[in-house]
Write a new protein. Structure first.
Lengths: 110, 114
């Protein structure tokens, strides 16, 4: 069964600082996603990464994928309060079973 | 913009009763999913569905659960004989697995078993 691990689970940052969230997965996959969830809300798609070396950026967030290491990173640059949320990575398994990591609860403090 | 629609938004049911959670996926999508999230914790995979059959199900998806796509548009999750621990937010998602296409999630159904 596909396992997806994220770390850290909790992240408290000061505004303006940089940090990286890590996502490891256990079996080969050709598709990895990053989602954002605000409290009481649904999951909002941030990035889809499809190939080794893929890098995507949107505002202060940048995601990358290393399929050989089975590792994806979500890098936060110069954090602002609006980025406070829970971030999930998700990976497509071999049987259309998209599995999620445990999530990283990010709090950005002034 | 196309979206995944779930109904009801909140359902309260008595323990032991059956509930049906409904989802209308995006119309040209072929892959469908149900997930469960308890009190803002991790998003747990329940089942995936493709080509009118289950592709994969998790250990959570036991005989108490079933899914159907009864009419080509709706995608339902039935929970027979609900238990207190079934209380959670249930999310439906759909995807076409095209290039650069993510799975889109509905707004969820909050199920409360009393």
């Amino acid at each position: 069964e596909l396992k997806v691990e994220q770390n850290p689970l909790f992240l408290s940052m000061q505004e303006g600082k940089n940090y990286t969230i890590y996502c490891n997965y256990s079996t080969t996959s050709d598709r990895l996603y990053w989602y954002r969830q605000d409290p009481g809300k649904s999951l909002e798609s941030l990035f889809v990464l499809l190939s080794n070396g893929a890098v995507k950026q949107e505002g202060r967030l940048m995601a990358s994928l290393d399929t050989k290491a089975r590792l994806s990173t979500l890098h936060i640059t110069a954090a602002v309060h609006d980025l406070s949320a829970t971030y999930f990575c998700a990976v497509d398994g071999n049987n259309n079973d998209m599995r999620f990591g445990a999530g990283t609860r990010l709090t950005v403090k002034p | 913009e196309p979206e995944v629609t779930q109904t009801p938004s909140h359902q309260v049911t008595q323990m032991g009763q059956e509930v049906i959670l409904r989802c209308v996926p995006i119309s040209n999508h072929l892959y469908f999913y149900w997930y469960r999230q308890i009190l803002g914790q991790k998003v747990e995979f329940l089942v995936s569905f493709y080509n009118n059959e289950i592709s994969e199900k998790s250990e959570i998806f036991d005989d108490q659960f079933s899914v159907e796509r009864p009419d080509g548009s709706n995608f339902t999750l039935k929970i027979r004989s609900t238990k207190l621990e079934d209380s959670a937010m249930y999310f439906c998602a759909s995807s076409d697995k095209g290039m650069n296409t993510e799975a889109f999630f509905g707004q969820g159904t909050r199920l409360t078993v009393v």
